[in-house]
Each structure stands twice: as C-alpha cells, then as structure tokens.
Design a protein around this ligand. Sequence first.
Ligand SMILES: [Zn+2]
Length: 112
Amino acid sequence: MSWILTAAKAICPLCECALQIERPASPPHWGLWRCPVCKKNRGWVPTPPEELHGWVMPMGRNKGLTLSTIAGRTSGVEYLRWCAENLKDTRLRKVIATYLQQLEAEAEKVSV
Ligand SMILES: [Zn+2]
C-alpha cells in the first residue's frame, strides 16, 4: 500500500522532495512516480491526475457517474473508500485510491 501514500502527497518518503511523473510507462500504467533527487521509483500513476475528477465509474450502483459526482453525494466518499479496498479490479482500486488521496491533499491545502 506504500505506493498510494507516496502517490497521494507526491512527496518522496526518503528525502521529502516533490515527486515527478515519468512517462511513458509500460501499459496499463499511465506514468511512474519518480524522485528526482534519490532517483527511486515511487509507484505507478494509473491515470493523469487532472483527469481523476472526471473519471467515470464503470460499474456498481454509481456506474456512469464521475468520481467527483460520487464524492459529492451523501456517503459518497465512504463508498469510494470501500471501493478502493474491496473491488476485484486492481487498476480500478488504484484509480479510486489515487483520487481519494488527491481529495485529501486538496483538503489539507485549504485548511493550511
Ligand atoms: Zn527521494
């Protein structure tokens, strides 16, 4: 699960500098988080970060809705958290987990 944490804040756990996305990456990955200082790989990026809000849920009771729409609904974030842990589709779990981390990172920025 360490890749989620590093992708979330996009900060290297070793030297704490901002990670960069290296592209292209081997499919089905979109990119690779990489630390420009210690040169270590910090996990896959499943989809372009700026596209996560508009990413459409392909299955379940929220099928056809974007992640930001789902997150804005009652219990939507809880539902996405459940998906990120329980869905069988590994890539889908990563996309949703990355989106949730991005939401939390944005919430932190606002509260600072
Ligand atoms: Zn580093």
